[in-house]
Design a protein around this ligand. Structure first.
Ligand code: PHE
Length: 490
């Protein structure tokens, strides 16, 4: 179609010497925008045509004008609505649309008269017959005299609009046939010599490369990759974290977290309703856990309360990946002899939090665990320095803290050079004997562990201060597409 149109335009120009897009649209009965498109494509051929943009006034029929074309003018409608015996003015005004204008125009034209002698004014036909000139005019506006057009403009039946049109003349290299320019110098053109007579398309050095359609990594994935690399460099093995649904036993009880602990409340934890409970547990281990809670053992007095299986059975969305660490540590001894291990995990955890700029109901936890003979708090501190150094963080401070499953416990603070203050970055500790000894780990083995969120360092790294800019429906996909690689200064 477009091809045809360009040929027709060239032929028309050949015959008439000059024309414009509006005339062409009328001549070819085509949409004006389509003509403009065709002219633009002709313009790309060097010197073929000369184009000048001009503004031109054009008459257009308004919506009210269109109504008249279809239904007749308002005055005619009024005239036709009057029966031979006449009609009360009030009733007539209700009988047709645009009655007010129609009435006054019909009065001026002398088509009708108003009889006010009675109690209510009566309208009667005066002219024996009438002709609807307005409708005839509007049906073909090219034939209306200018003064009448102005009158219709006042009545808002016509409006004058300014449109941008293109004036065209033949260019210095005008021809009615467009020679297709070669885009490639092929070996055929070279060997048969035809390149000598061909015209070549000029290089467009301004052209942008085609956008590559590829996926992009979300910042969290980039930072996760860096964390994973650090752990692997330090000789850690990744734990399997592929279960978001956990039961209270592994999430809390195995970690010596008492059944009355507030974190076990539905305000803090998402419990699962279907399936509501777990039924399979390693019973010998469960008995040991029950005992250490209710009666104590391993040198501990325990909590001394009535430990209930029902509480431990409740399914939930895991609140920390330490549940995974517990499963993995206990499995260690199932395989027979103890061997020192270094484990890590990075995956999602869920908490029933009040959402705000820095908290969502789910986030990623980065966790490191080392089990070896004779580990001390000094080993934990040393390991944390080594770990954070690889993240580019060299200044650390530790603050005593409390976790049901670690003793001693330490919150980890780092000095943030950009923010120029100490910020809390993680939590750590040595797993309690009440947690590790029921797992049958050798008594001279200690376990040191720490955990932090993935979101916090990612937000700092990418300069985001609202977590909703990082996770959730408000994330700007352009940010994901263009944000830089994660490089941690080491
Ligand atoms: N599980 C702790 C948390 O949720 C992190 C932690 C892991 C603390 C290991 C000490 C040891 O914050």
């Amino acid at each position: 179609m477009a091809k045809q149109l360009t040929d027709r335009i060239l032929e028309y120009l050949e015959k008439h010497g000059e024309t414009n897009s509006l005339d062409l649209a009328n001549e070819f009965q085509e949409d004006h925008q389509k003509i403009i498109g065709a002219i633009k494509s002709l313009e790309t051929v060097d010197d073929l045509i000369t184009v000048k943009p001009i503004s031109k006034k054009k008459w257009e029929i308004t919506a009210e004008g269109e109504y008249i074309i279809e239904h007749g003018s308002h005055e005619v409608a009024i005239y036709n609505a009057i029966p031979d015996e006449g009609i009360s003015q009030a009733e007539l005004m209700k009988s047709v649309p645009y009655a007010k204008v129609g009435f006054s125009k019909a009065m001026v034209a002398g088509w009708i008269n108003l009889d006010k002698s009675g109690t209510s004014p009566i309208v009667r036909k005066k002219a024996p017959f009438i002709v609807d000139t307005i409708q005839t005019h509007l049906k073909d506006i090219s034939n209306i005299p200018e003064n009448i057009k102005t009158e219709y403009k006042k009545r808002k039946l016509l409006q004058e609009v300014v449109i941008k049109i293109m004036h065209l003349e033949k260019g210095p290299n005008f021809s009615i046939k467009i020679e297709k320019l070669e885009a490639d110098l092929t070996s055929d053109l070279l060997t048969n010599g035809s390149w000598k007579n061909k015209k070549f398309k000029p290089y467009n050095f301004e052209a942008l490369g085609a956008a590559i359609q590829i996926g992009s990594l979300h910042p969290l994935l980039k930072v996760r990759h860096e964390f994973r690399k650090i752990f692997l460099e330090m000789g850690f093995t990744e734990m399997p974290t592929n279960n978001f649904v956990e039961n209270s036993f592994w999430n809390f009880d195995a970690l010596f977290q008492p059944q009355q602990h507030p974190a076990r409340d539905a305000h803090d934890t998402f419990f699962v309703s279907e399936p509501r409970v777990s039924t399979k547990f390693p019973m010998d281990y469960l008995e040991k856990v029950k005992k250490v809670h209710s009666k104590g053992g391993y040198g501990s007095l325990g909590y001394r309360y009535d430990w209930k299986l029902e509480e431990a059975q409740k399914n939930l969305l895991r609140t920390h990946t330490t549940a995974v660490s517990a499963r993995v540590l206990r499995k260690l001894m199932q395989e027979g002899e103890f061997k020192p291990v270094k484990y890590f995990s990075i995956d999602r955890v869920f908490r029933n939090e009040t959402l705000d700029a820095t908290h969502l109901a789910e986030f990623h936890q980065v966790e490191g665990v080392i089990a070896d003979y004779g580990l001390t708090l000094g080993d934990l501190i040393g390991t944390l320095y080594e770990f954070f150094k690889k993240l580019g963080i060299t200044q650390l401070q530790f603050k005593p803290a409390y976790n049901p499953y670690t003793e001693p416990s330490m919150e980890i603070f780092c000095y943030h050079n950009g923010l120029e203050k100490w910020i809390e970055i993680g939590n750590s500790g040595m797993f309690r004997p009440e947690m590790v000894l029921p797992m049958d780990l050798p008594p001279d083995v200690n376990v040191i562990a720490w955990g932090l969120s993935l979101e916090r360092p990612t937000m700092i790294k990418y300069g985001l201060n609202n977590i909703r800019d990082l996770v959730g429906p408000k994330v700007d996909m352009e940010m994901v597409r263009t944000n830089p690689l994660c490089r941690l200064e080491k």
